[in-house]
Design a binder for this molecule. Structure first.
Ligand code: SF4
Ligand code: SF4
Ligand code: SF4
Length: 341
């Protein structure tokens, strides 16, 4: 990886010096290495019916102990996002500190939308962390609160290490990490590929709940093969699509749609463990066309090395925020203890 935590700390410590000197760190370009047992998700938007079962199961599964939305102080409560005055329907429209996964809908102009062969003018798209092979969020975290598992490649977050600088938010090219601004002791929130469920023999809750096979879980090498196999199919033929897991027995026979001839995530940002297929061009589905195949820690470093004041400011603000909120928390706890006695 082009920059690691030690480089970052060295850089942060020397920010003033480098500012004065106008120096930038030297580095070699990164060659992304997929971990041997990397797991991920293949999302095929041509199979997605927009039922949002994935979103529901994601929120439920991650509100359990160990989940990315679990908090001791709100244990047993699911962080729903009800529309104003309506307490019956969780309806998040975008990622937030309460929502790790969101289904969005695209509706385009019939004449101009579509895939390479003028595909549908309508599509769903599922957004959550892509578990980059070379994650920019991990590279810039000064305290290793974000880490990439060397075997599974899952990018996890440890709230006990995080001091709230939110530099990961700035660095992520996909705008994934969210922050709990409303909490007195805030954390960064993002999909951790349901890491907490593997010890129980389970896998990603979004894939487990997907009825159509639009979201499937598995080894990244298998998912890549499956994606390429689908691109080789002829539109109009039938194919037995795997459901829930790429290596599972459950299949569903479907008529093959017209695909855009591209697997998003094979190369973008150096490659990701969350892969996408679609019948509508990816830029129309909200993917930023400025994201290239460049490894983003390299890119981010190029960027931040020219604005070192940003790092310094975030570190200072983050540390101060964390200290103040922890003090408030301690006061609250102390007051609580006093009440109870
Ligand atoms: S998508 Fe963003 S948050 Fe997820 S691993 Fe990549 S850089 Fe990190
Ligand atoms: S892998 Fe788990 S945390 Fe990530 S979007 Fe799917 S259900 Fe949510
Ligand atoms: S559960 Fe599957 S079909 Fe339903 S919205 Fe999610 S990805 Fe699409």
């Amino acid at each position: 990886m082009a920059i690691n935590r030690r480089d970052f700390l060295k850089f942060s410590a020397g920010t003033g010096l480098m500012l004065t000197a106008g120096a930038t760190p030297g580095r070699a370009a990164t060659v992304p290495q997929l971990p041997k047992d990397a797991v991920g998700i293949l999302y095929d938007s041509t199979l997605c019916i927009g039922c949002k079962s994935c979103m529901v199961n994601c929120k439920l599964a991650n509100s359990e102990p160990g989940g990315a939305l679990y908090h001791k102080e709100t244990a047993g409560k699911v962080p729903y996002e009800f529309p104003k005055g309506d307490k019956i329907y969780d309806a998040p429209e975008r990622l937030s500190d309460k929502t790790l996964c969101v289904i969005k809908a695209y509706k385009g102009d019939e004449k101009t939308a579509g895939g390479d062969k003028g595909g549908p003018a309508f599509s769903f798209i599922k957004q959550h962390c892509l578990h980059c092979i070379e994650p920019a969020c991990v590279a810039v975290c000064p305290v290793a609160a974000l880490q990439k598992n060397p075997e599974t490649g899952i990018v996890t977050y440890n709230k006990n290490k995080c001091f709230g600088c939110r530099y990961c938010q700035v660095a992520c090219p996909f705008g994934i990490p969210m922050y709990e601004f409303e909490k007195s002791s805030p954390s960064v929130v993002k999909c951790q590929l349901c890491n907490h469920r593997y010890a129980q023999g389970k896998y990603s809750a979004c894939c487990e709940a997907c009825p159509t096979g639009a979201s499937i879980f598995g080894k990244v090498t298998d998912l890549r093969e499956e994606a390429k196999r689908r691109l080789a199919l002829k539109a109009g033929d039938t194919y037995a699509y795997p459901v829930k897991r790429v290596d599972g027995a459950e299949r569903t026979e479907q008529v093959v749609a017209s695909y855009v001839d591209h697997v998003y995530g094979l190369d973008e940002a150096g490659g990701t463990q969350y892969l996408f297929l679609a019948g509508v061009k990816f830029d129309k589905l909200g993917f930023n066309p400025k994201i290239t195949n460049q490894v983003y820690p390299d890119f981010t470093w190029d960027y931040v090395s020219h604005v070192p004041a940003l790092i310094g400011t975030l570190l200072v603000v983050g540390t101060a925020t964390r200290m103040v909120t922890q003090k408030l928390d301690k006061k609250k706890n102390d007051a609580g203890k006093g009440d109870a006695s």
